[in-house]
Design a protein around this ligand. Structure first.
Ligand SMILES: Cc1ncc(COP(=O)(O)O)c(C=O)c1O
Ligand SMILES: [Zn+2]
Length: 401
């Protein structure tokens, strides 16, 4: 049996096709490229039973990942994060079947490890030796650390306001780290020029096709963890939107393979009121978003003023009867505290945004009381030590309580 059933790359805008053995970035028309698989052939050789006893990581789905030779896999054991039942928070929202997929429990502390594991593995396979990328922090941390493991050189540019811990992670990996006095879009311009000037592999969001494949595994895992019965709603904090595009792609592939049935879950993109280009586009029924000026939010991972793959995110929302919701920073902080107090989980601000949106959609009746809802907590709260300010009482050595 083949390790991967990858067939080719294709452009979702103009339909042009490319080989997966060569290095490709965007299509000549400017669109991101997507990966396709020989699903008909795979269907003949594969059932859910085949997954039994496999390693507890994203690589259990290797047939649906683009790395063709197992030898090229660069892994730190990422994947198969817990799908935790949130009974108490669900009760607080009058929702009977609420789950959190906890991406805080993964190498580098955020779901970005999935994209990095697959992206770096495939980069190795196609002969890349040096890559560069702009980042809001977590992706840079993951890609630089996985690059170090693979022996690749990396250059990372991040906004000076990105979570400080991610600077440390990048720097410790031996990557070339630069801070920019601006946003991820400004970092992207600097990387774009460096890529041309120094002939580097551009690992920017969606400028290489394989990161989506890594993030896709969140969708595969949700389906497997729910015993191939899909939830009604999946809610995702959306910046570049790669995770949402990936989850949607995963669910469609599982459907083609006959592993899941029925309609797909309604997908929900959550953004901040301080940066909501996808929400605005969705509200106006547009298929692409406008650049969001002067964006700002404490949920730093979703501070993306214009996503290259916005049209793919919007397609996923329209095709699944989903929606897009903006939430404000104060509600994020309140929800983060509520989740810690009711469920014992310290989620990242982006993850908290997800649950604010679920609460809002439940209140509006868009989510029904009996529906099964999965919210993504995309990273560990402990990666953002400064988001929450606490002021405990200081005791002297001999004081009593
Ligand atoms: C914790 C966290 N959540 C969500 C996102 C948004 O990810 P995506 O690009 O898949 O929309 C990011 C991106 O930096 C992030 O770091
Ligand atoms: Zn094209």
């Amino acid at each position: 049996m083949k390790y991967s059933y990858v067939s080719h790359l294709y452009c979702p805008k103009c339909g042009k096709e490319f080989h997966t053995k060569e290095q490709h970035q965007l299509c000549s028309c400017g669109s991101p490229l997507l990966v396709d698989y020989n699903l008909d052939e795979l269907q003949k050789n594969f059932t859910a039973e085949d997954l039994k006893g496999r390693e507890n990581s994203i690589w259990r789905y290797h047939e649906l990942l683009p790395v063709e030779d197992r030898e090229n896999v660069v892994s730190l054991g990422e994947g198969m994060t817990p799908l935790v039942s949130f009974t108490n928070l669900g009760e607080d929202m009058s929702l009977e079947n609420l789950y959190m997929k906890d991406e805080g429990l993964i190498p580098t502390g955020s779901f970005k490890a999935r994209g990095a594991a697959v992206g770096v593995s495939k980069a190795t396979e196609i002969g890349v030796d040096e890559l560069a990328m702009p980042t809001n922090g977590n992706a840079g941390a993951a890609w630089s650390l996985y690059s170090a493991r693979a022996g690749l050189q990396s250059t990372i540019v991040m906004p000076k306001d990105a979570p400080e811990i991610t600077r440390t992670e990048v720097s410790l990996s031996g990557s070339n780290l630069y801070l920019v006095n601006g946003l991820i879009s400004d970092a992207g311009k600097i990387v774009g020029k460096a890529v041309k000037d120094y002939n580097l592999y551009d690992a920017s969001t969606l400028k290489e096709p394989y990161r989506i494949e890594g993030k896709k595994t969140m969708g595969l895992e949700i389906a497997e963890q729910l015993n191939w019965k899909l939830p009604d709603v999946i809610v995702y904090p959306t910046g570049g939107g790669v995770g949402l595009i990936g989850i949607y792609k995963a669910l469609k592939e599982l459907k083609t393979l006959g592993l899941v049935e029925g309609s797909l879950p309604r997908l929900v993109a959550v953004q901040s009121t301080g940066c909501a280009p996808i929400v605005q586009a969705w509200e106006n029924g547009e298929r692409e978003s406008e650049f969001w000026n002067d964006s700002s939010t404490l949920a730093f991972g979703i501070n993306v003023p214009k996503a290259l793959g916005d049209f793919l995110v919007l397609d996923a929302l329209y095709d699944t009867d989903g929606c897009a919701v903006a939430v404000d920073d104060q509600a994020i902080l309140d929800e983060q505290e509520k989740i810690a107090g009711l469920e014992g989980s310290f989620v990242c601000p982006e993850g908290a945004a997800t649950f604010v949106a679920i609460r809002k959609l439940r209140e509006e009746g868009w989510i029904g009381q009996n529906e099964t809802v999965v919210g993504l907590n995309t990273g560990a709260g402990i990666k953002y030590p400064d988001t929450v300010q606490v002021d405990p009482e200081m005791l002297e050595k001999n004081d009593t309580l």
